[in-house]
Design a protein around this ligand. Sequence first.
Ligand code: C2G
Length: 130
Amino acid sequence: SKRVITFGTFDVFHVGHINILERAKSQGDYLIVGVSSDKLNFEKKGRYPVYSQSQRMKILSALSCVDEVFVEESLEKKPDYIQEYNANVLVMGDDWSGKFDTMKAFCDVVYLPRTPSISTTEIIEVVKNL
Ligand code: C2G
């Protein structure tokens, strides 16, 4: 069986997230999701997520296309996670195109097109302005 791994924050879960997870799953049989920790998110984006990491993990675990979730503590640990979870393919949205090509030493790397015109940042702005 083919094991797929993907990573992300998945904050304020939306249809762009489900689209990439379903397409990631269809690259194989078993989907593992590394969920960025609150701390990693603060380091990456300078703010904490709206939903805590335990809430984000609970939402992801409840999806039928997701088989396993774990906390992603560091972007640099990708090789460790890929090996620990025996992943055959790494899937990321194309906003990360080329960024994880060094992982080709460990598994296949696939970048899928993002769902246009939806993002957590945009949802936050819309809600702010209500
Ligand atoms: N995504 C998408 N379409 C959107 C929005 C997001 O396909 N409209 C995808 C992204 O490309 C990514 C996944 O959904 O593959 C999760 O997106 P984010 O939560 O924004 O993830 P990010 O903070 O970029 O974290 O180690 C990698 C990082 O942890 C990725």
